[in-house]
Write a protein that binds this ligand. Sequence first.
Ligand SMILES: Cc1cc2nc3c(=O)[nH]c(=O)nc-3n(C[C@H](O)[C@H](O)[C@H](O)COP(=O)(O)OP(=O)(O)OC[C@H]3O[C@@H](n4cnc5c(N)ncnc54)[C@H](O)[C@@H]3O)c2cc1C
Length: 445
Amino acid sequence: MTGRALVVGGGLAGCAAALELARAGHPVRLLAAGPGATAMTGGSLDVAAASPGVPHLPWRDPLRGTALATDGRLGFLLSGASLHPYTRLHGAGGRDELVAAARDAVDRLRSWLAPSQLGVEGDLGTNRLLPTAQGTLRITDHALSGPAEADLTGSSRVLIAEAPGVEGWDARGCARTLIHEIEALGLGPLPVEVVALRRPLSRGAQTAARVAARLDGPDGDRILTEALHGIGTAGEVVLLPQVVGLRRTRERLRGLATGGRRVGEVIAFPPHALAGYRLQCALDAALAAAEVEVIRARAGQVRVDGERYRVDPAAGQSFPVQEADALVLATGRFVGGGLVAGPEGVREPLLGLPLSDPEGRRVDGIPAHRSVRKGYGNPQPLYSAGVMVDEELRPVAAPGRGLWAAGEWIGGFDPARERTGLGTALITGVAAGRRAAAHLDAGAP
Ligand SMILES: Cc1cc2nc3c(=O)[nH]c(=O)nc-3n(C[C@H](O)[C@H](O)[C@H](O)COP(=O)(O)OP(=O)(O)OC[C@H]3O[C@@H](n4cnc5c(N)ncnc54)[C@H](O)[C@@H]3O)c2cc1C
């Protein structure tokens, strides 16, 4: 007889924890109030992207001046960000242990997404150069199908497709900024041009999601083939907004990669991004395939009774109280709903746990109007607010031995500046799920 496992949070961190528990043979329930940050992601999967202005996430080795990929960056992160979740988990084991854990977690993610034909391309030893819709470049390690195919590394020319009618897409603005980025980073010569598609992708003004839904229809492949006919030759990359279907994106982009050209999507942001939606759909399919029981509702409070946890429904929710011997909390931050801000300050609603910034200073209970950054260019303290954890990912101030934290809910890093968002969710989600499974295997309670 196995103890009961419960995960709260249905973003990447919660799904990863639930899927690892299920893989270990434990029946698992997952409570999810709705989409969080995972469903909004732009398209890169950053284990540790280079971040301008963050010394521990450089893209060049500060001493040698040579290019630095994520496997090297993680060494700087471990020594420069003592409260980052990666450092909490792998600070003692060092960079090689963290790199191995990241590789293993990405392999797990690939296996969950493969049945939905959503790919995770890249590796920790190579920088990928991914253009955003605004024309800036993200220097990172992994990307999801769509933006993954838009990697500029090794390309001879960038062709940015005008797609009149697709809301939020400005090919010329994207090109102008991209030219400056390429020059500023010393990546040239790499010509950038704007090209007209042979036929429109949208019917009048339409959102990216509507265009993508149309391209999922029976004529979608033909429309794309005709629109891109004769555009781009060997070595060139054609950039589109995120419109290449809500599903089968990788298959279509590969089908369009004829004559040595590549076709990919730029990294985009809500409401013009579909990468997060595709990711969330693929994760939900993986939960169903693993027979994880999903309750789509909001938890209100977690109570601790000895070694057992009881999770009450939030006001207006009607599920029965959930009991668990192993509980993983992966409720995200402000976007996900794991932290809330009000006139009385920021707070963690499920257990009322203390919240800290990356220096370990308490930030809960400080009214938002007093949580101001020290000066222009300095980090905003609330962006890094989160629950502090020990080396086992147990929240330091939480009662009991059967509770683990995962994802953005964990403090010690600022996802807006330190580009480790989905990587942190994945690596801590896998680790929390495995620890919870080991706890149950050991006979908890
Ligand atoms: C606009 C945007 C773009 C981004 N782009 C990128 C990118 O390109 N690459 C990258 O690596 N990272 C990116 N990030 C960061 C990344 O998306 C997040 O770091 C990551 O998705 C966090 O995952 P999570 O599972 O911890 O939280 P979330 O995805 O926020 O999930 C939290 C979950 O908890 C649930 N929840 C919360 N409270 C409760 C409750 N009381 N009861 C039940 N359920 C609850 C929510 O409903 C949700 O399901 C981006 C973030 C944003 C906001």
